[in-house]
Design a protein around this ligand. Sequence first.
Ligand SMILES: C[S@@+](CC[C@H](N)C(=O)[O-])C[C@H]1O[C@@H](n2cnc3c(N)ncnc32)[C@H](O)[C@@H]1O
Length: 232
Amino acid sequence: MAAIGARTRGLLKRSALAAGGIAPEPFVAAARKFSGWLEIGRWLRSECVGRPRRMAAREQLFDLIGAEVAQARTLYLEFGVYRGESMRYWSRLLKNPAARLHGFDSFEGLPERWSADHARGHFSTGGAIPEIGDPRAEFFKGWFERTLPDYAAPAHDALVVNLDADLYASTRFVLERIAPLIRVGAWLYFDEFSDPSHEFRAFREFVAATGMKFAAVAESRNLWNVVFRRVA
Ligand SMILES: C[S@@+](CC[C@H](N)C(=O)[O-])C[C@H]1O[C@@H](n2cnc3c(N)ncnc32)[C@H](O)[C@@H]1O
């Protein structure tokens, strides 16, 4: 597409400045979000293979991956466990007795503020680890920065990673640390992808830094939840 000319850019700029002078703050906040979504859409189209299937809710995305890995010796890694809702779902999905579910969380909540509604400490369980009732499940309690360096992944034939830490720094750290595990065929699920400043940003930087190629497999209708699969 042709670049926007200086005249048009100037016109757009003056219009935006004039509108900004009279617009209420919620309108400006919405415009900021809108430009973030433009960025995500452009990145998905230019950097990822294929068009994601659109589905109603995250459980359908889980089921879609589950249909491929349920019978395999799957390693399911979850970063951000909270009360264990998604761990329980995956415990039911994975049928192979040799599958493993490893959940990482401080159980003290978010290490920093994520949004106006999610202050530092949000999602704290007061240190309590959820009861999953599955002997294949194991929890690694503490900040990722403390637990991941000593983590040794067990042997597996399929990998599913659920990235649900909400924050940029947490997600970026995890992706960097587990990069050697993300081989062709691995599945990555993001729970809050449509916030341009956090999980999306971490993944975009990770893809740029590693050169890994991913297919965008499926997304929920509001784009919060997105599934990728490494293809090259
Ligand atoms: C949205 S909750 C997870 C929800 C869960 N996956 C579910 O769907 O039921 C996010 C979790 O990420 C954890 N978290 C974020 N950054 C972390 C970090 N650097 N180390 C450890 N835990 C972290 C928080 O403690 C919080 O419990």
